[in-house]
Design a protein around this ligand. Structure first.
Ligand SMILES: [Zn+2]
Length: 148
């Protein structure tokens, strides 16, 4: 499920406070348009209503692709400065969750690939999509081979 909340932001340029949509989590199977918005740098993007100043809202973002079975957690670099930010992580980097995702066949949900850079997030998405597409082609060839 995708999760968006409105947060109050004080414009670093003009100082005016305003509400901004902030996505904590996006699920690209349920909301495919969010993938495009992410690649177009429109997710968690702040554009001041008063002075048009533009900036990225640099907060954690969880990316979930259910079809290709992968999750990525983007964490901003400043998160590393406070260990209490990682309370929800086990020593091995997996997520502490109340739900046992493994029994639901979505174990990847509790083992996100963690990145600290948005560019890296985008590259990793493309990498996983290419792997998936490659294997889909292989599977189609195998099926076609069996039919002959
Ligand atoms: Zn402003």
């Amino acid at each position: 499920m995708s999760k968006m909340k409105q947060i109050e932001i004080e414009c670093p340029k003009c100082g005016e406070t305003q509400r901004v949509d902030y996505w904590e989590s996006i699920n690209v199977d349920l909301d495919p348009s969010l993938r495009k918005q992410l690649f177009d740098a429109e997710i968690n993007f702040f554009s001041c209503e008063f002075c048009a100043y533009e900036a990225v809202v640099n907060g954690p973002l969880f990316y979930h692709d259910m079809t290709r079975k992968f999750c990525i957690q983007y964490l901003p670099e400043y998160w590393l400065e406070d260990v209490s930010n990682f309370e929800c992580y086990h020593t091995d980097g997996s997520l502490e969750t109340f739900v046992n995702f493994s029994t639901m066949g979505i174990g990847h949900r509790s083992r996100p690939h963690v990145v600290f850079d948005i560019e890296e997030l985008l590259r990793y998405i493309l990498f996983r999509e290419m792997l998936y597409d490659r294997d889909m082609v292989e599977k189609k060839k195998m099926v076609a081979g069996m039919l002959h």
